[in-house]
Ligand binder design. Sequence first.
Ligand SMILES: [Fe+2]
Ligand SMILES: [Fe+2]
Length: 361
Amino acid sequence: MSAEMPFKFMSDTRRQIGDFEMIDLIDEDRIDSMRETLHVDAPSHIQWNHWEYGSEVEELRNLYEKGKSNQWNSSTDLDWDMPVSKDEWFGNMEMSLMANLLKMMGKSEAEQKAAMFDEVAYVCSQLLHGEQAALQLCGQLTALCPTTDEKLYAANQVADEARHVEIFSRFVGEKMGTIYPITPVLKVLLDELLTVEGYQMKTLGMQTLFEGMAVGIMDGLRSNAKHPLFIDMVRRAEQDESRHAAFGVLTMRRVVREASPEEMAHMEDWAFGVLEALNASQNIDMLRLFGPKYGFDADQVSQMILAMPEWKDFNSEIYMHTVVPNLLRLGLITDRTRDRWMERGMLVEGKVAGRATPVSA
Ligand SMILES: [Fe+2]
Ligand SMILES: [Fe+2]
């Protein structure tokens, strides 16, 4: 399979675990230097509109209107006085891989609770870093998109993403206590999105792939959480994200209509490459970080999870939630590439129906 993959990110960090090719970077110096690369040379272009300020793409103008009327103030609309305690269950067991693992290992309830708390803080830290990338990328889209409707919409999304940076940093930093650093693979992929050329690829990368993933992840967190402030916060962010995913689908529909077969194949391969890399790290960074604290071996746990007969079924959940149905509808997963998605546990046949983003969202 590897030979036919034109976009293989972090190929020198991969190792085989059974049938699965995992991205696993353990060189601490290299990880540090990736994280410390704060200046990224992204090509910067400005596209004026045609001095036409009327609406050209009505569906986007409607989405912009919806974005304006659905603004909210994260400082005053959320009850920040509510305390968050490590001693209470943050959510139910479905929320946490590590809590389930510790339960299986016969560890105490207190440890399971603590592991769930750490996992939520870790996952939300990664969401936060993604929000920072979305904030920067929407700024790029405001400048790059050719029509007024797209520019106004993207500018409005910049405000949404600013709010998301604010809420996640406040919740994780102040309420949970620790913002964990970005995983190497996420840094590589977000840099890829920020440096790739053209609003079409950026829209595919951020608005379709990452927003689609964010909707799935946030939905899982919110529906399993018990903390009222967290539930309210994520519910509000999720509403914004589904509007962003709708922009992705609406814009990509027009991009796809105008694309040549070569451009389609390029987008299809790139989209797979990006999400394949995200999938290929399989929580290994989190497991390595918390393994010593909770007394498990990250490698052993990874091997055990990948060997489970139902692995593809549960691994695919997050992809099948929104992003894969959207890509299928856009024609960016075809018979040429479908098997790759299935092999990597990101697509399971028969699960797809009706989950694509409703574009009237
Ligand atoms: Fe966001
Ligand atoms: Fe977003």
